[in-house]
Design a protein around this ligand. Sequence first.
Ligand code: CP
Ligand code: NVA
Length: 311
Amino acid sequence: MTVKHYLQFSDFTQDEYAYIMARTTELKRRFKAYETWHPLHDRTLAMIFEKSSTRTRLSFEAGIHQLGGHAVYLNTRDTQLGRGEPVEDAAKVISRMTDMIMIRTFGQDIIERFAANSRVPVINGLTNEYHPCQVLADIYTYIEERGDGKSLDAISGKTVAWVGDANNMSYTWIQAARVLGFHLNISTPEGYALDEQLIDPKDQPFYTVFKHPMDACKGAHIVTTDVWTSMGYEAENEVRMAAFKDFKVTANMMAVADSSAVFMHCLPAHRGEEVDTEVIDGEQSVVWQEAENRLHVQKAVMEYLLRGRFE
Ligand code: CP
Ligand code: NVA
């Protein structure tokens, strides 16, 4: 039997996302109403972290618990993975003892090798190349804020502006643009442009590169950014601080966006670097909703991967 994984945004179809969005709304409603729903009773999620995390760890751990299951936290500092056990061997062992595995690691190749050797579904909790659970939460948040909280119609045909690094978040937004039918305007500093080798040629019609971030923001329905230095790139921090200084989301950028535009950031944020305080703490910001929704979209993904569709 083929095991279904969630390693990048393009692993699910538009039809699957339509189901997951509607299901997220239902799971969130049940949780808020204190209704018990334990479709993953007795199931165990292994969570492997090779990088730091607040939101991803907490949302997966609380999420599996709310679905009736249990989480085991593993990090490379105190597992044999950190002492050189091959990824393939670890995948074979961990997937014989658990029902699902979430991994936060460095290269996408690591999670691909892990998944190829796993008997159970593997979920990407962030790699250097992709962060699908975060973009899923962001798009769900947009649908909740500007649509009916269920239908993908709210995001279809819209424009998303990305200001900043060509990183795991921006490559995931590019994939999402094609799968869900919206357009991405992207503006990165010189020397930090997109690596086309990481982009499926089929995705190219769904994004446009702008030299100036202000131009990317014009008419956008979502303006989003991320840290200037992602985890794993800390040695470049000083050089990046200089290169990215004009790639900060400001109130002027929000002013040229659509009047209904929201500001998004996956967090953690650095006020005064990639975003001005008045924007991230302003009325158009939906950053806390994005963080909260990580919990509920991931419950929908976990339930779907292990149990399929419910309605
Ligand atoms: N946005 C996000 O993935 O946050 P953490 O690094 O805290 O998990
Ligand atoms: N691009 C950031 C996202 C953190 C959630 C990083 O990889 O560090």
